[in-house]
Design a protein. Structure first.
Length: 294
């Protein structure tokens, strides 16, 4: 068993197929297939159920995938610590950011970081929160911007806390309200983000607490498109306050959402057991300097 074999297996699971995994690890598809077969032979059990073009983890595969993430993460930590010991001057900042809000929060920070540390290479990964957590677990990124609360295995530094706003068409009968909650909107169709966005889980959990079963009429990963769908009367959406105000126009009404535990509280997280490279520590220091309300 070697790390390249584990990496090939992890990417097959993460990418959803052998051809996509081959592209991710810069190998041929046959090499990836052979690596997974070798791992299965070494462990003595099948790790994947191959159903047509789909691959599902077996019970043994679930264990192997979880353990492989840990081993790959430890390997990356080892390399990072040795590089620090050598005193490398040209470091690498490996950071994962979600598509929602990252431009507003971090664009100026990237510019300031580049100005201070022109020789540091920046490797940016953009995914939804679920996949970012996996990347963090596997040691593929040193820092990731995640919504609080985070797993106990992660340490974190708060970045910004924003309440949610309900985004309604101006024609909506409740568009004139000063505040609104999910019971008020129980009969309105919802427009949510795509699967994998942590904000969805907060919204759906709050609905469940209120005994509301939302009717989801559309999903998108693009805020502009979501706002356009609201303006067209397709449903109501929910955005952090600063993003809602940035996208405000005549076709929508923004109303504070009167629901506890739904704030968009974003933080920079890292594995508590991990060695944090100097490039990542410098980013955290800069984020603290430039932080808005947390």
């Amino acid at each position: 068993m070697n790390l390249r074999t584990l990496l090939a297996f992890v990417e097959v699971v993460r990418q959803g197929g052998f051809s996509q995994a081959a592209e991710a690890v810069s190998l041929t598809q046959s090499s990836v297939s052979k690596a997974v077969k070798t791992l299965e032979d070494e462990l003595g059990m099948p790790l994947l159920n191959r159903l047509g073009h789909k691959n599902e983890l077996t019970a043994a595969g679930e264990i192997a995938y979880r353990r492989a993430l840990v081993l790959l993460g430890e390997s990356n930590d080892l390399v990072a610590e040795i590089n620090d010991l050598r005193g490398l001057k040209r470091g690498v900042l490996r950071i994962g950011l979600p598509p929602v809000g990252c431009g507003v929060l971090f664009a100026a920070m990237f510019a300031a970081y580049r100005s201070r540390y022109p020789d540091i290479e920046i490797e940016l990964t953009e995914y939804g929160s679920k996949k970012l957590r996996e990347c963090l677990d596997a040691g593929e990124v040193d820092l990731a911007a995640l919504l609080l609360p985070v797993d106990e295995s992660f340490d974190y530094q708060p970045v910004r806390n924003e309440p949610l706003m309900a985004v309604l068409p101006v024609s909506h009968p409740l568009a004139g309200r000063e505040r609104i909650d999910f019971k008020d909107l129980a009969d309105s169709p919802f427009i949510l983000f795509e699967a994998g966005f942590a904000l969805n889980a907060k919204i759906l959990a709050a609905c469940e607490r209120k005994g509301v079963t939302p009717r989801v009429t559309a999903r998108s990963g693009q805020i502009d498109f979501i706002v356009d769908l609201v303006s067209a009367g397709l449903g109501v959406a929910f955005l952090p306050r600063m993003l809602a105000h940035m996208h405000q126009h005549a076709g929508i009404a923004l109303i504070p959402l009167d629901e506890p535990h739904t704030d968009w509280h974003i933080a920079l997280a890292w594995r508590g057991s991990a060695h944090l490279p100097p490039a990542a520590r410098a980013w955290l220091d800069l984020a603290k300097e430039m932080a808005g309300p947390a």
